[in-house]
Write a protein that binds this ligand. Structure first.
Ligand code: CO
Length: 154
């Protein structure tokens, strides 16, 4: 334990870009919380371009059931968000409010209710430098509050 800490500190100190497997895995994942007040815990998700996949764990910390306060996490280009949201709403809860086969969707989790968690993987190769991306909840009426930016970082 102590050795691991020392090594991690040493690498961080030197600012190494190439980490060991354990450290690299840690930087290619994050957890976003969502609650009964229709809020995500963050407005930004930073995705290192060195990651092949970026894993987001969505944790609903509220208590309300999925039919009332369902949350998911959908990633699209900023310009596609409104269209994906509108089509997702028509697709209904059984489709997790995401249209099946929607090519504009870069990543989409299933819907979760209070106390539940889910995991979604963002394929990093689909994120292009200079393009604007957003994450949002496609549950009807949620995206005006439940949204943020996905940015590609070095
Ligand atoms: Co929601």
């Amino acid at each position: 334990m102590k050795n691991t800490t020392h090594i991690a500190g040493f690498l961080a100190l030197l600012g190494f870009a190439a980490y060991g497997n354990t450290a690299a895995a840690a930087t290619c994942a994050t957890t976003v919380q969502a609650n009964d007040a229709m809020q995500f815990s963050t407005k930004t998700i930073a995705v290192p371009s060195s990651c092949k996949q970026f894993t987001v764990t969505l944790k609903h910390t509220g208590q309300l059931p999925v039919a009332v306060m369902g949350h998911n996490l959908v990633v699209t280009k900023a310009t596609d968000m409104a269209g994906v949201g509108a089509d997702g709403m028509k697709s209904g809860a059984a489709a997790n409010y995401v249209k099946a086969g929607d090519a504009r969707v870069i990543a989409a989790s299933k819907l979760v209710g209070g106390g539940q968690s889910t995991v979604v993987n963002i394929p990093v190769a689909k994120l292009k430098a200079g393009e604007s991306y957003e994450f949002f909840c496609s549950f009807p009426g949620h995206s005006s509050m439940m949204r943020g930016t996905v940015s590609l970082t070095k």
